[in-house]
Design a binder for this molecule. Structure first.
Ligand code: PLP
Length: 426
C-alpha cells in the first residue's frame, strides 16, 4: 500500500521509514532496535531523546491552556523572550517568535526589507536557510535550483571553504578574500541596494565550514560601510552545538543585527523558531507597523518547551559539555578519516559539530564507498549523514551524549568506514 504522506526532499519511493518508538539520551528505539543518534536527528535533538523534564513542561502547559492569540501574553512567552535576550550579545531587545527555522529566516528578511527599504540580500552557495520561498532564495545548496526563479535580488557569494578555497588562497597568507568579496559585491550592486547579508556562523549541513579568523569582522565592516544589516542564522549552530550558546560567540566583538534560531531552542520537543533583533533595528517599529505575524506566534506549548530547554542547557551544563567533548570528537574523526588509506581528508570540528571531507570524495569510485557506508551505518544502527554529493560526513550527536557512548560510536563508525573503503578498493 502506498504511503499516505509525502517524504521530504526525496523521490516518493517505498523505502521503509524510521518509526521511533521511544528514546533516551543519545539513543532512540525503532522496530529494528536501539540506534545511536550521531546527527541529533536533523540537528535539533541537542537535549537528547525522552528528556523527562521536557515532557513534563509541555504537559504542565497543556493542562493550563494550549490556545492563545498571537498578541496575548503569558509567563512562558515572557520568560522565554527575556531569557533569550539575556543570552544574546548586548543590545538585543526584541524577539519575534516563529514555528521553525525557515519562518525565522523569512521574518528576518521581511524585517530587513522594512527597515532598510532595500530588497537585495547576499548569502552563500554552501548554505541552507530554509524551505519557504524567501528562505530558499537565500539558500545556496542543491535544494534551491529546482524551485527557481525565486526572489529577485537574492545574490550568492563564494564560500569560506579553506580546504578548497574558491579564491585559490591558503589560510595562513590570504587576505580573507572570501569576506572581502561581500564589500565588492555591495559596491558593484550599488552601495545602497543590499538590505542584508545572511550567513550561518558555521555552515553546518553543508560541511562544517569554519570561517578563518577575521572573516566575520570583515563581514560586519562591509555591512556597516554599505548600510546593510548582518544576520547570523543560528538555526543549526545555536544552543551549544559549537560549544557556546551561539556560534557567533566564537567571533569576538562581532555583533550581528539579527539572529535567527530554531531546532535546539526546544531541542526539537515542540516547533519553535525566533528572530532576536538588535535595538538599532527594532526601534524603527516603535512608531511604524511591523508587517509580520503568524496565528501560532509564541504558541504556549512551544514557549513552555523553550523555557524549559534553556533551563536544562544551563542546569545540566550542556554548553560546556559540548565544548569539553570537542577534542574527543576531533580525534575520533581524525582516526576515521585516516581509515581510508592513501586518501587525504580534512577534519573540521567545533563543539559537537564535526565533519570529514575527503579530498577526492566526489570522484566516481567513491560512490560505492558512500553507498556501502550508508548501508553499514544502518546495519550498525548509527544515525548520521554521509554525503555522497559532497564527499563528506557530518557528525553532530546530542549534547547529552556520554563520553563512553561518543567513544564507542566513533569506533563503530570507523569500522563501517574501514569496511566501506575495502569495498571501494575492489
Ligand atoms: C541554518 C539553517 N537555517 C534554516 C533552516 C530551516 O529550518 P526549518 O527546517 O526548521 O524550517 C535550517 C534547517 O536545517 C538550517 O540548518
Amino acid at each position: 500500500m502506498s504511503r499516505p504522506f509525502f517524504t521530504t526532499w526525496s523521490q516518493q519511493s517505498s523505502d521503509p521509514l524510521f518509526e521511533i518508538l521511544e528514546g533516551q539520551g543519545a539513543r532512540f528505539r525503532t522496530h529494528e532496535g536501539w540506534w545511536l543518534d550521531f546527527a541529533s536527528l536533523s540537528y535539533q535533538a541537542n537535549l537528547g531523546h525522552g528528556h523527562p523534564r521536557m515532557v513534563d513542561a509541555i504537559k504542565r502547559q497543556a493542562e493550563k491552556f494550549c490556545l492563545c492569540l498571537p498578541n496575548h501574553t503569558y509567563p512562558a512567552k515572557e520568560n522565554l523572550a527575556r531569557r533569550l535576550l539575556e543570552l544574546a550579545p548586548p543590545g538585543f531587545d526584541k524577539v519575534f517568535f516563529t514555528l521553525g527555522g525557515s519562518e525565522a529566516v523569512e521574518n528576518a528578511l521581511k524585517i530587513a526589507r522594512l527597515v532598510t527599504g532595500r530588497y537585495k540580500t547576499i548569502s552563500r552557495y554552501r548554505s541552507y536557510h530554509g524551505a519557504s520561498m524567501g528562505a530558499l532564495s537565500l539558500s545556496g545548496d542543491y535544494r534551491r535550483p529546482p524551485l527557481e526563479p525565486l526572489l529577485t535580488g537574492a545574490l550568492h557569494a563564494l564560500d569560506c571553504h579553506c580546504y578548497r578555497c574558491p579564491f585559490g588562497k591558503v589560510v595562513d597568507s590570504c587576505q580573507r578574500e572570501c569576506a572581502q568579496q561581500f564589500d565588492h559585491i555591495m559596491q558593484l550592486e550599488g552601495s545602497e541596494s543590499v538590505a542584508a547579508v545572511f550567513c550561518e556562523p558555521i555552515p553546518g549541513a553543508n560541511g562544517v565550514l569554519i570561517p578563518p579568523d577575521g572573516y566575520w569582522r570583515k563581514l560586519r565592516e562591509a555591512c556597516d560601510r554599505h548600510g546593510a544589516l548582518l544576520v547570523a542564522d543560528e538555526v543549526l549552530t545555536g544552543f551549544g552545538r559549537t560549544g557556546r550558546w551561539f556560534g557567533i560567540e566564537h567571533e569576538q566583538g562581532v555583533v550581528p543585527d539579527m539572529i535567527t534560531m530554531a531546532k535546539g531552542l526546544t531541542g526539537g520537543y515542540a516547533p519553535l523558531g525566533a528572530v532576536l533583533v538588535h535595538e538599532r533595528v527594532s526601534k524603527m517599529f516603535n512608531d511604524q507597523k511591523l508587517y509580520c505575524g503568524l496565528t501560532y506566534y509564541g504558541h504556549p506549548l512551544s514557549c513552555a518547551a523553550g523555557e524549559e530547554a534553556l533551563a536544562i542547557y544551563q542546569e545540566e551544563g550542556l554548553i560546556e559539555r559540548a565544548a569539553s567533548l570537542e577534542p574527543l570528537l576531533r580525534s575520533g574523526l581524525e582516526s576515521i578519516a585516516a581509515a581510508v588509506q592513501g586518501e587525504e581528508a580534512d577534519v573540521r570540528v567545533r563543539g559537537l559539530l564535526g565533519a570529514i571531507e575527503w579530498r577526492n570524495g566526489t570522484e566516481p569510485k567513491w560512490a560505492s564507498f558512500f553507498t556501502t557506508l550508508s548501508q553499514q551505518l544502518k546495519r550498525e544502527r548509527i544515525h548520521c549523514y554521509p554525503k555522497i554529493d559532497t564527499g563528506m560526513m557530518v557528525i553532530a550527536p546530542p549534547l547529552v551524549i556520554e563520553e563512553s557512548e561518543l567513544r564507542e560510536g566513533l569506533e563503530r563508525v570507523r569500522a563501517c568506514v574501514v569496511s566501506a573503503s575495502d569495498h571501494m578498493a575492489c
